[in-house]
Design a protein around this ligand. Structure first.
Ligand SMILES: *Cc1c(COP(=O)(O)O)cnc(C)c1O
Length: 383
């Protein structure tokens, strides 16, 4: 038998049997009450996962499409925005804002560290013309999770936009309690759905910004989207990815069945056990040993090893798919995704494969120590 395929990257993430089965439901006309019931349930369930009573808008696109839509629908050419960055995804927001002619002030932290939200507060005080602040919840390139509650507090005077792509459903995010205006995310991380659907929650204050925003928009127009969502037979302005929405529906039902708080606790434990395992192998975590980092763990590849070759070896020998560092971190880190439909035994498999492949390269690792430490961490978490 060839190695069993195990997808352990922070998106796309593995599908449960229920989500897989939802892909073969017969297509229905999306302008019917039958479909509308599914669609409305998705919106309601997304509100439960986002912990919000705000409007939720759904889009057929990867998440970057919904990010672009947020910029188009909230801002005008020449507007001054702040972007908090500490990795690849923060940088993406900077590029996106610049592409639309916005002025950007960046508050950055070194990759592998969280953004200092006090610094965000100081930058906002210094530039009184900034109208919106953007932060990434889980910076997937390094696994570092920013303190979004603190972000919301220091940026309360401006519009807050949060990219919770790999955070939502894995790391705590309280949209209304924390006062976040716009949260943008999508299906293919902790929400256990194939890539291609994205969404945004929009507060009352954000709708006021929308009224005044003059950037051109069409496909992602929030007014059109909201009107379609709020019709008696709720739908989308354009043809949605019906199959993916059926899968998102199944995934959300499954998530809420487990219970949001339990899902978040499971992720905290998976993060903890991953870090314990990696450290017991004598490897270093890229980022901090922090319970907030519940979605993905970045591991520093020992300097004498070729990170990409190691990841390839782990896959070809053991069928476990990990991923390297994007951007500047290529070759320097390997990342283990543990968000979504993932349990302790998946993490143990990934750690076992990592240990075996390290040993096969001649790296001095006592095979089994990492797995044992992870298993102990899991066991203690259960007590
Ligand atoms: C995965 C991820 C995205 C995904 O963007 P796509 O357009 O769906 O590829 C965006 N931001 C963060 C922080 C992510 O982790």
């Amino acid at each position: 038998m060839t190695a069993k395929y195990r997808l352990m990257v922070p998106g796309p993430t593995p599908m449960s049997p229920e989500v897989t089965a939802a892909a073969v439901r017969p297509l229905v006309d999306e302008r019917t009450p039958e479909y509308s019931a599914v669609f409305t349930r998705i919106l309601d369930n997304l509100r439960q996962v986002l912990l919000t009573e705000n409007t939720v808008l759904l889009f057929t696109s990867s998440m970057t499409g919904a990010f672009e839509g947020a910029v188009q629908n909230l801002l005008s050419p020449g507007d001054h925005v702040l972007v908090a960055t500490n990795g690849v995804y923060g940088e993406r927001w900077v590029e996106l804002c610049r592409a639309f002619g916005l002025r950007v002030t960046e508050v950055s932290a070194p990759w592998g560290q969280a953004v200092d939200m006090a610094e965000v507060g100081r930058a906002l005080a210094e530039h009184s013309d900034i109208t919106a602040a953007i932060a990434v919840h889980c910076e997937t390139s390094t696994g570092v999770v920013n303190d979004i509650r603190a972000f919301a507090r220091v940026a309360a005077g401006v519009l807050t936009i949060v990219d919770s792509a790999s955070g939502l459903g894995a790391c705590e995010l309280r949209t209304d309690e924390w006062g976040l205006d716009v949260v943008v995310a999508g299906g293919q991380k902790a929400l256990m759905t194939p890539p291609g659907v994205a969404f945004a929650s929009v507060s009352g204050r954000a709708w006021q910004y929308h009224e005044k925003a003059t950037l051109p928009r069409f496909y992602f127009d929030w007014t059109q989207t909201r009107e379609a969502h709020e019709r008696d037979v709720a739908h989308t302005p354009w043809t949605p990815a019906i199959t993916l929405l059926n899968q998102l529906d199944a995934a959300l039902v499954q998530l809420l069945d487990e219970g949001l708080e339990r899902v978040l606790r499971r992720h905290v434990r998976l993060g903890r056990m991953t870090r314990a395992g990696v450290r017991a192998m004598g490897l270093e975590i890229f980022g901090s040993n922090d319970d907030r980092a519940a979605s993905v763990t970045a591991v520093r590849v020992p300097a004498e090893l070729d990170g990409e070759a190691l990841i390839r070896r782990i896959f070809t020998e053991h069928g476990v798919q990990l991923v390297g560092g994007p951007g500047l971190l290529a070759g320097q880190v390997l990342r283990i995704g543990h968000c979504g439909y993932v349990d302790a035994f998946d993490v143990l498999s990934a750690l076992a494969a990592l240990e075996l492949s390290l040993a096969a390269t001649g790296y001095p690792v006592a095979v089994g120590e990492g797995v044992a430490a992870a298993l102990r961490s899991f066991h203690e978490g259960q007590a």
